[in-house]
Design a protein around this ligand. Structure first.
Ligand code: PMP
Length: 459
């Protein structure tokens, strides 16, 4: 018999079922099976979410997984979804089938994405978008009579998802190496070697740069370069000024496609509609997901430019790639409403204003705690780092797990933040984009208490 969760069901029972029947993503399975969840989200309003286990409100300073950009419990998004669900929940988009929300959203996306990006291929999330971008790039070069152009360059510390091609492009070893599931033909360059990309061959890192790899492998074998405008899960790593333009120039010089992974940066996270807009750079393809619907439905996509669109439009065969949920009308209706709200409520302006408050809070922490350093924010994509001695860049001993410890202390303060970075030294903060000044102050009051507790622990 199917188990129904009734109001009377004890939270304890839910925890037991979770331990027994729910294998959690990106989690420690042993811990999951023994300790169970620390939080069972039950309801949310704005930046706050309720935990059914302790009945307390938590401040979601990560927008869950950098995606709930308009915050929790947004009734207009719920209404857009429920209206579409009630009228026509799901359709196919294969072979001549289409639906209104998917068409309207495609037109909207064409109008807000930079340059001549004007066509979308819909997916259900970020990993699917990146796998799609890589496959479509290979398909494009095949149609151009250059099928030997099939390899890709990605960056170390990149996160592009967990499907096999996206996992391969990911430059974080634990994800990249998981279950030995890589595809062939992906090379990793060191992140953000601006001088090399500008042509400095004397730089000792040159061989590991994008330019160095292209010279070694031959441009006629490289289909595309994929990167996040600002790296997210790899540590909230900002590119140096001029970097994205340098990559754009390399792509033009060597006839390579520039694939921007905007899964985190897109839809206002950095204070511009898209991350690349901060540097006025236009990629050839752009992966989108997360903030496209603020997480109210599973939707992603790949935007492509006019040249790619035209090339595909002249192909008189079957494009044998597509998902059951490509162009899902309910997800698209929510996406449309989400963009309408971002524009109507001047969310980008709020992000720029709240970036100032975020930086004030980060400065305060950095002045108060000698081990807090390297704080940074672009829009509401923020991080700081924990070093035993920032002056000499001495990291804490690995057994300290500084970021995990601060995340745990934050959790005790009912604050949700996330550990990032290769040495467990980074803390990411990325709250919903409609957050206000008081709520940002609330983040920093709780983080202040968490860092005080951390300081006591390391003494
Ligand atoms: N690209 C980036 C930049 C991401 O941050 C993520 C998710 N964190 C993905 C791709 C994968 O998206 P999804 O989890 O929706 O597959």
């Amino acid at each position: 018999m199917k188990k129904m969760i009734t109001k009377e069901t004890e939270v304890k029972q839910l925890v037991e079922w979770d331990k027994k029947h729910f294998l959690h993503p990106t989690s420690n399975p042993k811990e999951g099976a023994t300790t169970g969840p620390s939080i069972i989200f039950s309801e949310g309003k704005g930046v706050y979410v309720k935990n059914a286990i302790d009945g307390e409100q938590y401040l979601d300073a990560m927008s869950m997984l950098w995606n709930v950009n308009l915050g929790h419990g947004h009734q207009e998004l719920a209404k857009a979804g429920s209206e579409q669900l009630a009228s026509l929940a799901c359709t196919s988009s294969f072979k001549g089938f289409s639906n209104e929300p998917a068409i309207q959203l495609a037109e909207k996306l064409a109008s807000i994405t930079p340059g001549d990006l004007n066509t979308v291929f819909y997916t259900s999330g970020g990993s699917e978008s990146n796998d799609t971008a890589l496959k479509l790039a290979r398909f494009y070069w095949g149609l151009k009579g250059k099928s030997e152009k099939r390899n890709f360059i990605a960056l170390n510390k990149a996160y592009h998802g967990v499907t096999m091609a996206a996992q391969t492009a990911t430059g974080i070893p634990t994800f990249n190496e998981f279950a030995g599931s890589n595809i062939d033909g992906v090379f990793h360059a060191e992140a953000h070697l601006l001088n090399c990309e500008l042509g400095d061959q004397d730089d000792p890192n040159y061989a590991n740069s994008i330019r160095g790899i292209i010279e070694r492998e031959g441009a006629d074998t490289i289909a595309g370069i994929i990167l996040e405008p600002v790296q997210g899960a790899g540590g909230v790593n900002m590119p140096p000024e001029g970097y994205l333009q340098a990559v754009r120039d390399i792509c033009d010089e060597f006839n390579i496609l520039f694939l921007a992974d905007e899964v985190i940066c897109g839809f206002g996270r950095t204070g511009k509609m898209f991350g690349v807009d901060n540097w006025q750079v236009t990629p050839d393809m752009m992966s989108i997901a997360k903030g496209l619907t603020s997480g109210y439905a599973q939707l992603g996509g790949v935007m492509m430019n006019e040249e790619i669109r035209q090339t595909f439009a002249n192909y008189d065969g079957v494009l044998s790639h597509g998902f059951t949920y490509s162009g899902h009308p309910t997800a698209c209706a929510i996406g449309l409403k989400n963009i309408e709200i971002i524009e109507r409520d001047n969310i980008l302006e709020n992000v720029k204003n709240m970036e100032i408050e975020m930086k004030k809070g980060l400065d305060y922490l950095q002045q108060k705690y000698p081990f807090v350093t390297k704080s940074r924010s672009l829009g509401l994509l923020s991080a700081f780092e924990l070093y035993e001695d920032p002056a000499t860049e001495k990291l804490f001993e690995s057994r300290v797990f500084p970021a995990n410890t601060v995340v745990n202390e934050s959790f005790k303060q009912k604050l949700i933040v996330r550990a990032v970075g290769a040495h467990n030294q980074g803390i990411a903060i990325a709250p919903p984009l409609n957050i206000n000044k008081q709520e940002i102050e609330d983040i920093f009051e709780r983080m202040d208490a968490a860092l005080t507790a951390f300081q006591k622990k390391i003494k």
